[in-house]
Design a protein around this ligand. Structure first.
Ligand code: AMP
Length: 388
């Protein structure tokens, strides 16, 4: 599939795709959309920023435009991702206003969601906890569900959503089409896939767990107590928007405060902030009111802000695979980006794990060579050349 026209999609959907300036399908779209339209289950592993959302949204809307008497459900791990996915659906529905897309997320009032549901719904984008609330109070019904998408499925399980997922599955019809999207495919996802999917088409774009090749990755070894100063130096020598990841809510707060005291416009996002605060911080960063956003791993998945030029790991992630997700926040949709990791002596074992993950996948040999150079301490800001 080389163009969206080949798919013979409903006209209103074609017009919306053109309006979004999507001319050529991305690889995950080229592979997934025809399979999803054919009705088959999918287990897809695709790099972050690869156009995954439209890969499931386009077939879903195409089916709904042909047969509106059905419900489609997309489960996502975070509220921010839910909002983002909902926006993509709404843009794709621009010329089909009769299709109703509802976002059900926690941390905000139930009332607007209840009102929206009472007007009818075709697509539900939800975080698991809030969907369970709605199912229990019977404000939503999934009896007419024909398609289920689990987006960022590995993250959902990491974030402990397994019990809620179990509850949700009790409400789902057995006869349905299921698409499972994940940037990584660890063993527990394969297991989940085996229990949920029927003879799925397996689609994998690029190396499993690999980062986007246009990200220039580098590391800097620093003493733990000198990380704040190192971050400030990096901010002053780099241009463009910077997303910084810290390990804990407290460390994120402290770093943001430190940067603000040096006059850097800084926002912060973590699970300890209210949804309103999180939305404001993300909006300010998205609209470039703030140049720097400091976040915990809550922002590591799915967030799609195309002008993020740099991702800096103030602290390394505790789980190696989160490294791939974090740095995937830059170099979105074919752009270039840089990722820097500050590594303290205590974090060396964590970095070893990340190296192991990157080396274990196809195409990582050039990373291995470049890391060797870095280990010899040649450059002040050593560069790890990404796999080509
Ligand atoms: P996603 O992986 O769904 O978060 O998408 C990443 C980015 O790619 C978003 O900014 C999309 O708007 C963009 N995108 C998705 N599909 C296409 C396409 N076919 N052509 C151009 N850009 C796209």
């Amino acid at each position: 599939m080389n163009s969206f026209q080949e798919l013979n999609l409903p006209k209103s959907l074609d017009r919306a795709i053109a309006g979004m300036n999507f001319t050529t399908p991305t690889p995950i779209q080229a592979q997934s959309i025809p399979v999803a339209l054919s009705g088959r289950d999918i287990l897809a592993c695709a790099q972050t920023g690869s156009g995954k959302t439209a890969a499931f949204a386009i077939p879903i809307l195409s089916k709904l435009l042909e047969k509106p008497d059905q419900t489609m459900l997309i489960l996502v791990p975070t509220r921010e991702l839910s909002t983002q996915v909902t926006d993509v659906f709404r843009q794709l529905c621009f010329h089909a206003p009769s299709l109703r897309v509802v976002s059900l997320i926690g941390g905000v009032s139930m009332q607007p969601q209840l009102r929206a549901l009472s007007k009818g719904y075709h697509v539900i984008v939800a975080t698991p906890g809030r969907l369970v609330d709605h199912l229990e109070r019977k404000s939503v019904s999934l009896q007419k569900l024909s398609m289920l998408v689990l987006d960022e499925a590995d993250r959902m399980l990491d974030m402990g959503f397994a019990p809620q997922l179990k509850q949700i599955f009790r409400f789902l019809p057995k006869e349905r089409q299921t698409l499972l999207f994940s940037a990584t495919l660890p063993a527990h996802i394969q297991e989940l896939a085996n229990t949920l999917l029927k003879n799925p088409a397996r689609i994998s774009i690029g190396a499993i767990s690999s980062a986007v090749p246009t990200i220039q990755q580098s590391t800097k070894h620093v003493i733990q107590t000198e990380k704040n100063g190192a971050i400030l130096d990096e901010i002053n020598t780099r241009q463009g928007s910077i997303l910084i990841f810290g390990r804990t809510q407290r460390r994120v707060d402290r770093l943001a405060k430190y940067l603000a005291s040096y006059g850097v416009d800084t926002g912060r996002i973590h699970g300890g902030r209210t949804q309103g605060q999180r939305n404001r911080a993300l909006d300010d960063f998205r609209t470039e009111k703030t140049r720097v956003l400091v976040a915990t791993d809550i922002a590591a998945r799915g967030i799609d802000i195309d002008h993020v030029a740099h991702v800096i790991n103030y602290d390394l992630p505790q789980v190696a695979e989160d490294y791939v997700h974090r740095i995937g926040r830059t170099a979105r949709a074919g752009r270039k980006g840089e990722a820097l990791s500050l590594i303290s002596a205590e974090e060396k074992p964590l970095w070893k794990e990340i190296e192991k993950l990157l080396k274990s996948k196809p195409g990582a040999s050039s990373q291995k060579r470049a890391m060797g150079t870095e280990a010899q301490g040649k450059a002040a800001r050593p560069r790890i050349q990404p796999a080509q």
